[in-house]
Design a protein around this ligand. Structure first.
Ligand SMILES: NC(=O)C1=CN([C@@H]2O[C@H](COP(=O)(O)OP(=O)(O)OC[C@H]3O[C@@H](n4cnc5c(N)ncnc54)[C@H](OP(=O)(O)O)[C@@H]3O)[C@@H](O)[C@H]2O)C=CC1
Ligand SMILES: N[C@@H](CC(=O)OP(=O)(O)O)C(=O)O
Length: 340
C-alpha cells in the first residue's frame, strides 16, 4: 500500500523536479495528482514514463489525499495549504510562508529529521530556502564535532531560484546581446543578469540586508542551533541551475582541515571533491540533476583561531527544494504515516 500524493505547482521549476524525484526514488505512490493554476489546466507533465494532465488547484478537493507537496509561492500557499491540511492531507511546503512559525517544523532530513514529529500541530511541514538547505547539510557534521560560533557566507545563486521566468530572462537577455534588435530589459531581476552579477535577492530590509540574507540567518538557527551567528551576502549570477556558496566557519574548538575533510566525506548527503589541482573542485554546472551537496576547497582560515573555509555547491531545484521535500515525505512515511 502506498500514498495518495498531490504535487501543487506541477508546471513550475520545483514542481516538475518533485515529479521527477518521486519517480526516480520509487516513492510508494498509489495515486498522484498534478495541480497548477487554471491557466495551465490540461497541461501535460511527466511522471516517470507516465504523462499526467494538470488540474486546477482552485477546484481540487484534498479529502482522501495523504501528502501534498506545495511549490506555488506564498500567496497561493496561504489560501490552499490550510485547506489541504484541514482535509487531513499533510502539506510539505516550499514557500517561506510557514518556515518561521513555531508550530511548523522546518526540516532538512540529514540535519533535524527528529523535529518532524511536530508536524501534527498544523499538519504542515516547511521546506527551507534553497541556499540554507545546502549550507546546513555541510555545517551540521562540523558543528557536531567542533561547535560552530559564526558563519560568514557569500552566495552565487542561479536564476532558476527565481522560477521559470528567471530562467527565461537570462536566456532571452543573453540572446538579445548578440541581436540588439530584441532588447530585453530587466523584469524579474533588478538589473541586467546576462553577463552580470546582482547583489540583491528578494527585498531590502531596514538594516540594509536583503530578505534572502535574513532567511539564511533565521533558518540556520531554527534548523541547527539558535546560538550560531550567521552573516550572509546573497548574489544572483548568470547560471541557469546550481547555487554556490563560499563559507567561512569559526568554531569553538580547533578543527584541522584534514579532519574536516574526513568528517564531510562520511556525512550524509555530501560528496567531497577536493583535489588541490586545477579543476579539482565542483562547479554548479556539474551538480545539475544530482542529489548531493558538493563540498570543495576545504582549507584552514589562518586569520582566526579556529577557522575553516569551504566551497559548497548543490542543485537548488533538487536539494534546495524538490529533493528535500521528497526526503521529508519519505521521513514522514517511514516514521509517522507508515503506509508504504
Ligand atoms: N526555485 C528554487 O530554487 C526554490 C523555490 N522555492 C519555492 O518553491 C515555490 C515555487 O518555485 P518555482 O517552481 O521555482 O516557481 P515557478 O515560477 O517555476 O513555478 C510556479 C508554480 O506555481 C504555480 N502557481 C503560481 N500561482 C498559482 C496559483 N495561484 N494557483 C495555482 N498554481 C499557482 C504555477 O502554475 P502555472 O504554471 O499555472 O502558473 C507553477 O506551477 C516558491 O514558493 C519558491 O519560493 C523554494 C526553494 C528553492
Ligand atoms: N530565493 C531563492 C529561491 C527560494 O528558495 O526562495 P524562497 O526562500 O522564497 O522559497 C532564490 O531566488 O534563489
Amino acid at each position: 500500500m502506498g500514498y495518495n500524493v498531490v504535487v501543487v505547482g506541477a508546471t513550475g521549476n520545483v514542481g516538475r523536479e518533485m515529479l521527477n524525484i518521486l519517480s526516480e526514488r520509487g516513492f510508494p505512490v498509489d495515486k498522484i495528482a498534478a495541480l497548477a493554476s487554471r491557466k495551465s489546466l490540461g497541461t501535460e507533465v511527466s511522471f516517470g514514463d507516465k504523462t499526467l494532465t494538470t488540474g486546477d488547484l482552485e477546484q481540487f478537493d484534498f479529502t482522501g489525499w495523504d501528502i501534498a507537496l506545495f511549490a506555488v509561492g506564498s500567496d497561493a500557499t496561504k489560501i490552499y495549504a490550510p485547506r489541504a491540511a484541514k482535509a487531513g492531507c499533510v502539506v510539505i511546503d516550499n514557500s517561506s510562508l510557514y518556515r518561521y512559525d513555531p508550530q511548523v517544523p522546518l526540516i532538512v532530513p540529514e540535519v533535524n529529521a527528529d523535529a518532524i514529529i511536530g508536524y501534527s500541530a498544523k499538519n504542515i511541514i516547511a521546506n527551507p530556502n534553497c541556499s540554507t538547505a545546502q549550507m546546513v547539510v555541510a555545517l551540521k557534521p562540523l558543528h557536531d564535532r567542533a561547535r560552530i560560533k559564526r558563519v560568514v557566507v557569500s552566495t552565487y545563486q542561479s536564476v532558476s531560484g527565481a522560477g521559470k521566468d528567471g530562467m527565461d530572462e537570462l536566456w532571452d537577455q543573453t540572446k538579445s546581446i548578440y541581436n540588439p534588435v530584441d532588447d530585453v530589459p530587466p523584469s524579474k531581476f533588478q538589473k541586467q543578469i546576462a553577463f552580470n552579477v546582482i547583489p540583491q535577492i528578494d527585498v531590502f530590509l531596514e538594516d540594509g540586508s536583503t530578505k534572502e540574507e535574513w532567511k539564511m540567518v533565521a533558518e540556520t538557527k531554527k534548523i541547527m542551533d539558535p546560538s550560531i551567528k550567521v552573516t550572509a551576502t546573497c548574489v544572483r549570477v548568470p547560471v541557469f541551475v546550481g547555487h554556490s556558496e563560499a563559507i567561512n566557519i569559526e568554531f569553538e574548538d580547533h578543527l584541522d582541515e584534514e579532519e574536516a575533510r574526513d568528517i564531510l566525506r562520511e556525512a550524509p548527503g555530501i560528496m567531497v571533491v577536493d583535489k588541490r589541482e586545477p579543476g579539482g573542485y565542483t562547479t554548479p554546472i556539474e551538480c545539475v540533476g544530482d542529489y548531493a551537496t558538493f563540498v570543495s576547497r576545504i582549507r584552514q582560515d589562518s586569520t582566526i583561531d579556529n577557522g575553516i573555509n569551504l566551497w559548497c555547491v548543490s542543485d537548488n531545484l533538487r536539494k534546495g527544494a524538490a529533493l528535500n521535500a521528497v526526503q521529508i515525505a519519505e521521513t514522514l512515511g517511514n516514521r509517522v504515516l507508515k503506509k508504504g
